[in-house]
Design a protein around this ligand. Structure first.
Ligand code: ASP
Ligand code: MG
Length: 420
């Protein structure tokens, strides 16, 4: 008997009809001779609606209370899906994160899973139940509920798959799998059969909203193979797994765009040891996640330092940076939030050169200005104006021959498939 962990995202459980359909799929999986643990997200846009509601009564709601509020979305989902399963005649039970034994650290809104005690889940599985777990949450050391960050139900699913040593971990979505680019922006985007953890990690952290980054990290660390697939149709999706040689043949696996970017520039910062440490220590203490950092060549003993943060963190960043400017004797700071980051990702970059040139060339040809650049072994990112994002992504996708048509056109005359 195989153990399946199936995670259904918000749009797959958006209303009663969706719930009934998901219940049928879950029940079919069990009837095929498997044990099933289901992890659900909140129904549809519930989480966004709850956040909006909170902000109507308090523009800066307390984080503990936000967690109490947001966790209810997934709890409701799990109970409703369980009821739908019951109406099909299935044996099923819902569990909150806490009941499922998920222990998290003390950070509200971005809690990390520390430990899972799966004994209750195991016991119910043994008794023939389908166990429906509320995603996105756990219990912190104060016995309060804390959530795992937006998209956190993915992490719940992967973590459960890891501790339960599940045979399959399926992430079921309203898309067919992981694509070369967002199909809503790039009509020729192609579904990938497989992708390496590192690539998925880079894409996720660069704004591809397919999987939560932390879920991919977890999967990588515990070697859980993820199947990202459609919740509407039964057909193969994309496997997220360990890198293999074949994967390197395709230079760029995917393009991601993140419009949630803000840039901060500290002007005329004294170029002396310890200044950068001071700046980034203060940001770290305020739990601001800094992404790219660029320090200019210094002239006359001063230099400009720019960095990017998530747009949502900009107010918090301003509160840290403004007093800091006086403290380190910089002349001022600029903030801009009309930016986006576009990233090319692929393990093939390790063994192919010229990717940077080609990327910059394509952007230049499209008259798109580059504000910042950063690279890793398998990623190349640029910060550009947000208004140019879609145009940049489409042009790059085309230029690197990643699309459906491009691939067929190229593969045909040569009689061999260059990449898979
Ligand atoms: N409902 C939460 C969110 O929208 C968690 C999740 O969907 O995974 O971010
Ligand atoms: Mg959601």
């Amino acid at each position: 008997m195989a153990l399946y962990v199936q995670k259904y995202g918000g749009s797959s459980v958006a209303d009663a009809e969706c719930m009934r359909r998901v219940a049928q799929r879950v029940f079919d999986t069990q009837k095929a001779g498997n044990q099933v643990v289901v992890v659900v997200s909140a129904m549809g846009d519930t989480t966004d609606d709850l956040i909006a509601l909170a902000k109507q009564v308090n523009p800066e709601p307390d984080e503990r209370e936000m967690d109490s509020l947001m966790a209810t979305g997934e709890m409701a989902s799990s109970a409703i899906l369980t009821m739908a399963l019951h109406s099909l005649g299935a044996k099923a039970i819902s569990m909150t994160g806490q009941q499922a034994g998920i222990q998290v650290d003390g950070t509200h809104l971005k809690a990390k899973i520390e430990k899972i005690n799966p004994s209750r889940i195991r016991q119910h599985l043994k008794q023939g139940y389908i166990v429906v777990v509320a995603g996105f949450q756990g219990m912190n050391p104060d016995a309060d509920v804390a959530t795992l960050g937006r998209g956190g139900s993915d992490t719940t699913a992967v973590a459960l798959a890891a501790v339960l040593k599940a045979d399959r971990c399926q992430i079921l979505k309203d898309v067919d799998g992981v694509f070369t680019a967002n199909p809503r922006v790039v009509p020729t985007a192609r579904k990938l059969d497989e992708i390496a953890y590192e690539e998925m990690l880079e894409l996720a952290s660069c704004g591809a909203e397919v999987l939560q980054s932390r879920a991919v990290e977890f999967a990588k660390n515990y070697n859980v193979v993820l199947e990202v697939m459609s919740s509407f149709e039964v057909k193969p999706g994309t496997l997220v797994r360990e890198e293999n040689k074949q994967m390197e043949q395709m230079i760029i696996r995917g393009i991601a765009a993140d419009k949630n970017q803000a840039k901060v520039t500290l002007l005329s910062v004294p170029d002396t040891p310890g200044v950068a440490a001071k700046i980034f220590k203060a940001l770290g203490n305020a739990k601001v996640n800094v992404d790219m950092i660029v320090q200019n060549v210094s002239a006359a003993g001063v230099t400009d330092i720019s960095f990017t943060v998530a747009k949502d963190d900009l107010n918090k960043t301003k509160r840290v940076v403004e007093p800091l400017v006086r403290d380190i004797r910089a002349t001022g700071a600029n903030f801009s939030d009309d930016l986006a980051k576009v990233s090319l990702v692929g393990v093939g970059m390790k063994s192919h050169s010229g990717v940077a040139f080609k990327m910059f060339d394509v952007l230049a040809a499209n008259k798109i200005n580059i504000e910042m650049i950063s690279t890793s072994e398998i990623k190349l990112s640029v910060v550009i104006l947000a208004k140019d994002t879609d145009r940049a992504v489409r042009a790059l996708h085309e230029a690197f021959g990643m699309g459906v048509r491009a691939r067929q056109a190229k593969a045909a005359p040569k009689k061999k498939t260059a990449r898979r």
